[in-house]
Design a protein around this ligand. Structure first.
Ligand code: ADP
Length: 252
């Protein structure tokens, strides 16, 4: 689904945010991108969300070379991705329902479908009774759940999340990861950039670790091997829940 080949991103001032990054992510995988601040995580995600283009190398999404994409093709490809940011990026001049419905309106879905799918996405994220509220009336964790409902509502093949728990406390952070794992359970490919050690230490997913813009390590199985069974991550989350409290008191 994602193929990077020698991808580089250069900024003026001799800053190489990414250097020669090569890896592939198969459809249906759940991948963490980790690394200290400044390692290049956000830059990597920005290539995949088509907010920037590589200075060198190739970035492929479902077989499409993103560095060669014509500008007019960008919106169409973006609609196949759901994106979650650290700072939520909701629209505060409209209701929770309209924030989530927005993508379907852009896609010109029929009104009945917009209502059905928006309510289903809100329900999955535990927000059905908040649909009529303004996002400002919600807690940070609830606002991030709105962002996840918005990312999921049009059933994209890929969800990209950039430090989705960066502004949240520990227990709220685990709720967000539970929703991302649930999306993965339903078949969505998920890539999450985070330097959250509690999460990285407890969830057994593939981890691509960046340092200085380069891949320092990649826990991917050998080429041709199967991705780790999805059930493993879900079981782990259940164990955490069983320990008591959403995150068993672990800092997130
Ligand atoms: P991370 O998300 O891992 O914290 P970033 O991808 O944000 O890292 O940044 C990687 C490097 O690229 C850093 O040195 C950062 O200062 C630099 N960088 C990121 N965006 C820009 C930009 N728009 N202009 C110049 N330098 C940038």
């Amino acid at each position: 689904m994602i193929d990077l080949e020698g991808a580089c991103k250069y900024y003026e001032g001799d800053i190489w945010a990414l250097r020669d990054v090569t890896f592939s992510v198969a459809r249906g995988e759940f991948v963490f991108v980790s690394g200290p601040s400044g390692a290049g995580k956000s830059t990597l995600l920005s290539l995949l969300t088509l907010q920037s283009r590589p200075s060198r190398g190739r970035v492929m999404l479902e077989g499409t070379d993103l560095s060669r994409l014509a500008s007019k093709q960008v919106p169409m490809l973006r609609r196949r991705i759901g994106v979650v940011y650290q700072d939520f990026r909701l629209l505060y001049d409209r209701s929770v329902f309209e924030n989530v419905a927005f993508v379907l309106r852009v896609l010109e879905a029929p009104e009945s479908e917009i209502r059905r799918e928006t309510l289903a996405a809100l329900e999955r994220c535990g927000l059905k009774d908040k649909a009529a509220l303004n996002p400002r009336q919600l807690s940070g964790g609830e606002q991030q759940r709105v962002a996840i409902a918005r990312a999921l509502v049009h059933d994209p093949g890929l969800i990209l999340a950039d430090e989705p728990t960066g502004n949240l406390d520990a227990d709220t952070g685990w709720e967000i990861f539970r929703l991302l794992v649930a999306a993965h359970e339903r078949g969505t490919t998920v890539m999450v950039a985070t330097h959250n050690q509690a999460v990285l230490g407890r969830l057994p997913m593939r981890r691509i670790h960046l340092r200085g813009g380069m891949v320092e390590s990649d826990s991917a199985p050998m080429a041709g091997a199967q991705a780790p069974p999805r059930a493993a991550a879900k079981d782990r989350l259940e164990q955490i829940k069983d320990l008591g409290g959403a995150g068993a008191g672990a800092p997130v």
